[in-house]
Every structure is written in structure tokens, then in C-alpha cells.
Design a protein around this ligand. Structure first.
Ligand code: ADP
Ligand code: ZN
Length: 754
């Protein structure tokens, strides 16, 4: 059945087929019995030989193959090796009904595996993370107007026919139709018997409606238009290139890159927009819909299994033109990818720190360079890596200098906490309090920012001095009063708040120490009893939808004071917000992390950027005990170039990224002796690393030395920028035989040192 004819889509938004057959040429076809190599998702790190099945298969075909007694998923990777006893070679069982993997995707997976030192089977698992790939295309029953009058008209029947009429030819599932009309499903079935409603089969996985590149573009300002022109020209080359799009929050970066998406659509190519936070997608989807007339496909952990399957298949068939997603969307089977946007490119959540450790920003550049696509890295505060690449001319640089409309950057000032004389269990200074009060009186919003979840980071026994820790990790447990529990932020373990001290068993002396977002919220309620205070922290919402609703309410004015963690620093638009108070600007300056200064700078600028996004001028106040610290001074002065330059100089001197290379090696085991022995042996036998001039540091206990009951030891490898690090590490690792309970993971370009 041709489903376009049933008008599943609003008129003018019928799906457009980008996809033109499987691109078959006779030469690239394996006929029945030909020896082919199949890469499977099983942890065997080589391509296995099979015989092409009856009817043959294409290179890149997704297949089911026998492996021992099992049936496993794989991809026809290329011709067979032929180094295995031919009489024992089995046949591919079945070619799956999905678009074959393109050669460029194979190449991408291969290069990404080489770069991150990941087995190919794990890469293939990343690329096939959709349920039901091996299921036959499934159908579902849909209902639409049948044209005949029922023998007897009732109210309920009338409502069903009205709904069908109103949506002019749209097809509904049984449940949708009954719900819309407010009738039981029996009423619909009754109408089907009468021929007044038609029941039909249609594929469950529907194409996404076609997007209209010219639906509703905005009129761009001078530098926005210039930036958009430049991106359009880049897209028109149909070649690889990366652009760093800089501009303060609110300068219109999103408007500009949506024009690049539009150009991509006009050229019949697909676009991928990566966002760092699921909570941001809702607002973004609405903007895409306003710009292109319909919503794009979504890909992140909040998407249902059925929808994931649909997105995966439709992306593969070219029936999803734009995908908005989290980092793993990079591994979707795009047919004609023309553009990847990495929004808030500096965001740390682009680095996956478990399983396959990759940085989505870097992999986006890799994927685009293989398939001739453009990359746009958008940020108000780019990573030092991208800043350096742009300075070096490897990336194009586009800068939006001012905020859109009347909005201007907020004034920034430090509050010197040494002069504020606060009691030890209070965190809102008198100066900040006065400013908040003034906002509440004017009906404007204030945001108090603290980058710590929970009520208090430490629970201390005032009788014996014991601090409650996690049983499985070397971390302190954080009190979450909202959940009425203690939670380990490392492993997620939680337990009820005890009545007595687990160490000295004295009752009633456990006390919270230090502030978390919940405690700050309590203080704000007490200081501003007449204000509406809301708290935004990622752990306080059962679902992305609840969070989205809350954010929407706040944007519409349902709060006077917003207390928030990192979550609010990212991209949300609160028009009434005119004051931001950063409770502890020094928090990120401590710690041994090489990127501490950079992170603090980015986060503070980002948070400050929340204030005064519309006509009202904003104010950002940073509470600090070290107002003379260079990072704090650069933030206050708004001296971005100065900050980056100074930071780059320091790292260049220290030969650290991006001016040198690093890799972290994490050994973990249930046996502490085991990991240290192995770590020492690895540090000693460093020949392959020394050959390329690399140095090994460690072993040292990882900053959190025990996680989930496993002891963790870390080695750090440093090398020159041009050194062939991965190859050397691979050769080095082959020397060691870790025991069964020991795991080795390699983290190329580590971001965090935990
Ligand atoms: P950024 O991505 O740099 O934070 P946005 O693209 O989100 O900035 O723009 C900030 C706000 O200003 C948004 O509400 C956006 O719709 C609006 N805006 C930006 N440029 C224009 C324009 N040229 N015309 C109309 N509205 C604009
Ligand atoms: Zn723990």
C-alpha cells in the first residue's frame, strides 16, 4: 500500500524520499555461496567468514549468522579471508530488511575504533542500538473515514465521524481515535462493520513528515546574516569543513545554524543536531517546528523503544531529514549526511566516560570528514581545543558579537565574601540578598546557582567526627532531603538517613555540613518568605517531561527565585530573569583537574548569560573568597580572548592538551593487590611507549579509588602532539595478561581525571 495516499501527513509535509534504492551495482554484489567476511556484535575481534545466502547479499548488508549454537547480528564487511577450512564455513541465515551499512559508515567505525582503541564489535553495537532490527517490518491497523452513513446515528458515533472529518483524511490507531472522540473502542469497531470507518494496515515505522526549508525563516541581523551566508556557502561545497560559531548566549547562534540546516535540506542531505542535555530538546524541537513546519526525529535516552526503532530505520532510508539527539546519534545510519551541528560544543557531557570512551565532538569531525559533510561547533565559551584549532586555521571561525535585539550582556561583579561575615551555615550574603529582594519587588526573576546536588555534601557526627561514606566507594554520601536518603554520587548507592552515628552509635548528633542545592533552597525560603522559590536539579524530576514542564512554567513567570545546579546553566531561556547569583564561584577552581580553570570560566559565563536575555539589563554577582584569582578576574572583565590566551600559554608550556597528547589507563579489580601489581608491571615494561617518546606516570590510586567495590588504579601517559600514541599503547598492552577479575580501560584524551 502506498501510505502517502492515506494522507498521514498535513498537506505539504508529505515525506520526501531522499533514498534512492540500495545503490546496487552488479560488481558489488555477492552471489549465493561467495565467501564473505561478517563483523558481528559478539566480542570476537575479527571478521568471520561465511557463505553468502540464497539470493546473495550486498556489501554492508545487515545479516543474521550462526555462531556456535546461536544466531547473532552482523554486517557483511567485505570479501571473505578464506583462511578457514572451507568445508566448515556456514551460510548467512538471513539478510535483514534494513538498508545496508554504507561504506563510509564502515570506515567511520573503523577509524573511531582505531582512535579510541575500542574493539570493532563494540563499535558495531553502538551502531546497532535499536530494538527489533531483525524483526520483519511490522504493520499496524489504522482507521479513517469510510464515506458510508451508519444505519443508526448515535452521539458517540457522531463524535467519531466528526473527529475523522475534522482531521480530513488523517488515519488514527484504534486507541487514538477512541480517545480523541471520547468513546469506547467498541463504537469504532461498530462503525467499521457498517463501512462508515475503514480499517487498513500500514507499516508501524512511518517516515517523518517532510521539512520545508523555506517554511518560516527569520530576518537575520547583519552579522547573523553574514554568518549564515558563510555556512550556506560551506554546505554548497558538498565537502568537509568545520566552523566554530562563537557568540554570547542569546546572540542568535541557533538561528544561524538553522539556516545551515535549511541549506542542507535544500540539497537533499540529512542534518544532525547534537545537544548536550535532553532537557533542552523540547525547546529546540519547538523552534525547529516553527522554522521548518514539522518536528524532527529525536534520539536520546528518553525516546521509547518503538520510536527508537522507527528513527533508526527512517534515518537509514533517508526518511528522517533532521535528527536532534544526544552524542550516540552520531552512530545512526545516515544515508546522506550533510551537516552535523554540535551545540554547546564545550560541554563535558559530550565525552562518554564509560564503555566506549569517545568524545562526540571529535567523532563528529571524524564522521563529517569521511562523508564530506560540514560541522558547526557552536558555543559562547568554546573548549580550548576548538579555540586553538580555529586560531590555527584548521577550523573556520564565525563570531556573533552582540546579543539579539535590545538584550545586552549583564553587568558582572564579584562579592568579596571575606567582607560579608556570614554565619557558617548560611550562604547567601547580605549584598546578594538585597539584590534579590529588589528583583522580587519588581516582579523580576533571580537565579541562585550552586553546582552541587542534594542537601549537604557531608554528614558529620558531632560526637565523634565521623563522616558517613559509601560502603562501596571512597566517596562521602550526600544527603538528599528531598528523597529522605543518603546517596553516593559515584555509584548511585543510597540508604535511609540513620538516626544514630554508624561509628560511635550516639543518637541525634549527625549534622549536615556545607551547602547543596536543596539546602540553599531552604535558606532562600527563610530569607524571602513571600517569594515563590523553585528548585531545579536533575535528580528531582522523575522524567524529562516533568522537567520540561517545570522549565516552561518558570519561563512563563511561575517563580520569583530559581535555585539551580548546572542544569540551568545550559541554554534555557527565561525572559524575566535579570539577576544571577553564583553562590560559590570558587568551587571549580580547586582540584587538580587540568581543565578546572577552563570549566569554571565556561560555567560562570554561561550562568551569567542567563540574566537579561531580553530588554531588561541583567546583573551577575559572583560570591568568591578570591576575587583576585585570574579566572575570576577574566570572568568579571569579560575578557575572553585574554583568558584563552593565558590558558593556552600555560598548557603549551606544560605540554598538555591540546599541545600534547594524553591517555588515561584505568585498571580495576576486586583485588587491590592485583591492580597495583599489574599497574607497577605496566609502568616498568614501557618499551613501546618510550619508543615514541611517551612517558608513563603512576600507578596511582584513582581520585575515587574504589567504585562499586572495585579498586581503581590509574596510569597517565603523556606524549608529544604528533606522536602515534594509539599504536604504541596497543603494542604495549599486548605484553600483559590481566587476571580474570581485572579490567583495563583506555581513555584517549581524558576529560575528567576520575
Ligand atoms: P543563541 O543560540 O546564541 O543562544 P538564539 O538563537 O537562541 O541564541 O537567540 C536568542 C533569542 O533571540 C531567541 O529567542 C531567538 O529566537 C531570538 N532571535 C535571535 N536572532 C533573531 C532574529 N534575527 N530575529 C528574530 N529573533 C531572533
Ligand atoms: Zn558508592
Amino acid at each position: 500500500m502506498d501510505f502517502a495516499e492515506v494522507r498521514l501527513y498535513p498537506k505539504g509535509n508529505e515525506p520526501e524520499t531522499l533514498f534512492t534504492g540500495w545503490n546496487v551495482s552488479q560488481a558489488e554484489f555477492y552471489s549465493e555461496g561467495t565467501l564473505v567476511g561478517v563483523l558481528t556484535t559478539q566480542p570476537i575481534d575479527r571478521v568471520l567468514d561465511y557463505k553468502a545466502p540464497e539470493g546473495g547479499c550486498l556489501p554492508g548488508a545487515f545479516v543474521e549468522v550462526p555462531l556456535g549454537p546461536r544466531k547473532v547480528l552482523g554486517v557483511v564487511w567485505g570479501p571473505g579471508k578464506g583462511d578457514y577450512d572451507r568445508s566448515k564455513i556456514r551460510s548467512i541465515m538471513r539478510v535483514l530488511d534494513v538498508a545496508p551499512m554504507r561504506e563510509e559508515m564502515q570506515l567511520f567505525l573503523q577509524r573511531a575504533a582505531d582512535y579510541t582503541l575500542t574493539p570493532m564489535s563494540a563499535m558495531l553495537r553502538l551502531a546497532t542500538r535499536a530494538p527489533g532490527l531483525s524483526d520483519p517490518p511490522s504493520m499496524q491497523k489504522v482507521y479513517r473515514a469510510g464515506g458510508r452513513e451508519p444505519d443508526r446515528m448515535t452521539d458517540a458515533r457522531g463524535r467519531v465521524l466528526d473527529v475523522l472529518d475534522e482531521y480530513g483524511g488523517l488515519a488514527f490507531t484504534l486507541k487514538e481515535l477512541a480517545e480523541h472522540a471520547g468513546v469506547s473502542t467498541g463504537v469504532v469497531k461498530g462503525l467499521v462493520k457498517q463501512g462508515a470507518v475503514l480499517e487498513e494496515d500500514r507499516p508501524r515505522d512511518l517516515p517523518f513528515p517532510r521539512m520545508d526549508a523555506d517554511h518560516a525563516g527569520k530576518e537575520l541581523t547583519g552579522d547573523q546574516a553574514a554568518a549564515a551566508d558563510s555556512l550556506r556557502a560551506a554546505i554548497q561545497t558538498d565537502q568537509y569543513g568545520t566552523t566554530l560559531l562563537r557568540g554570547v548566549t542569546g546572540s542568535g547562534k541557533t538561528e544561524v545554524y538553522l539556516e545551515a540546516v535549511a541549506e542542507c535540506l535544500r540539497r537533499g542531505r540529512q542534518a544532525l543536531v547534537l545537544l548536550p542535555e535532553i532537557a533542552l530538546t523540547a525547546e529546540f524541537l519547538t523552534r525547529v517546528q516553527a522554522r521548518f513546519g514539522t518536528k524532527p526525529a529525536e534520539w536520546h535516552s528518553g525516546v521509547t523503544m518503538t520510536e527508537r526503532r522507527r528513527v533508526w530505520r527512517m534515518v537509514a532510508e533517508g526518511h528522517a531529514q533532521v535528527v536532534v539527539g544526544a552524542r550516540s546519534a552520531l552512530f545512526l545510519p545516515f544515508q546522506r549526511l550533510g551537516l552535523i551541528v554540535v551545540d554547546e560544543e564545550h560541554d563535558t557531557s559530550y565525552k562518554q566516560e564509560e564503555g566506549v570512551m569517545y568524545n562526540a565532538r571529535d567523532m563528529a569531525v571524524l564522521r563529517a570528514s569521511i562523508c564530506g559533510a560540514q560541522v558547526v561547533l557552536a558555543s559562547a565559551t568554546p573548549s580550548l581545543e576548538s579555540w586553538t584549532n580555529a586560531e590555527a586555521g584548521k577550523y573556520h571561525k564565525l563570531t556573533l558579537t552582540s546579543r539579539y535585539g535590545a538584550a545586552v550582556m549583564p553587568d558582572m561583579r564579584a562579592i568579596d565574601m571575606r567582607g560579608e561575615k556570614l554565619p557558617s551555615d548560611r550562604w547567601i550574603s547580605g549584598s546578594l540578598q538585597r539584590e534579590v529582594l529588589a528583583r522580587v519587588e519588581k516582579g523580576e526573576q533571580s537565579l541562585l546557582f550552586i553546582n552541587r546536588r542534594g542537601y549537604a555534601p557531608i554528614t558529620l557526627c558531632r560526637a565523634c567526627g565521623h563522616q558517613i561514606g559509601c560502603d562501596h566507594c571512597d566517596a562521602r554520601m550526600v544527603e538528599h532531603r528531598f528523597l529522605k536518603r543518603l546517596v553516593c554520587h559515584q555509584c548511585g548507592e543510597s540508604k535511609p538517613m540513620p538516626e544514630v552515628c554508624p561509628s560511635c552509635e550516639v543518637e541525634g548528633r549527625l549534622a549536615p555540613v556545607g551547602p547543596g542545592v536543596e539546602r540553599l533552597s531552604e535558606e532562600a525560603q527563610a530569607l524571602f518568605p513571600d517569594a515563590r522559590v523553585v528548585t531545579l536539579s536533575s535528580d528531582m524530576f522523575g522524567s524529562a517531561r516533568a522537567l520540561k514542564a517545570q522549565i516552561q512554567d518558570i519561563a512563563e513567570g511561575a517563580a520569583d527565585i530559581i535555585i539551580g545546579t548546572q542544569l540551568v546553566a545550559k541554554g534555557h531561556n527565561f525572559p524575566l530573569l535579570t539577576l544571577v547569583g553564583v553562590i560559590d564561584a570558587d568551587l571549580g577552581l580547586q582540584g587538580s583537574d587540568l581543565r578546572a580553570a577552563e570549566r569554571t570560566f565556561q560555567l560562570m559565563r554561561q550562568v551569567a548569560g542567563r540574566a537579561g536575555r531580553t530588554e531588561r539589563k541583567g546583573l551577575a554577582l559572583l560570591q568568591t573568597y578570591q576575587p583576585e584569582h585570574p579566572v575570576i578576574r577574566a570572568i568579571i572583565a569579560g575578557d575572553e580572548e585574554g583568558f584563552w590566551q593565558a590558558e593556552a600559554d600555560e598548557r603549551r608550556l606544560a605540554h598538555v592538551p591540546p599541545f600534547g597528547r594524553m591517555a588515561g589507563i584505568i585498571l580495576s579489580s576486586t583485588d587491590v593487590q592485583d591492580v597495583f601489581d599489574l599497574g607497577n608491571e605496566m609502568a616498568r615494561r614501557d618499551g613501546p611507549l618510550r619508543q615514541i617518546g611517551a612517558q608513563v606516570f603512576g600507578p596511582a590510586p584513582a581520585p575515587i579509588a574504589r567504585v562499586r567495590g572495585r579498586h581503581r588504579v590509574r596510569l597517565l601517559i603523556k606524549a608529544d602532539k604528533g606522536a602515534p600514541l594509539q599504536g604504541a599503547i596497543a603494542r604495549w598492552l599486548t605484553q600483559f595478561k590481566p587476571s580474570n577479575q581485572t579490567r583495563i580501560s583506555v581513555d584517549i584524551d581524558p576529560q575528567s581525571f576520575y
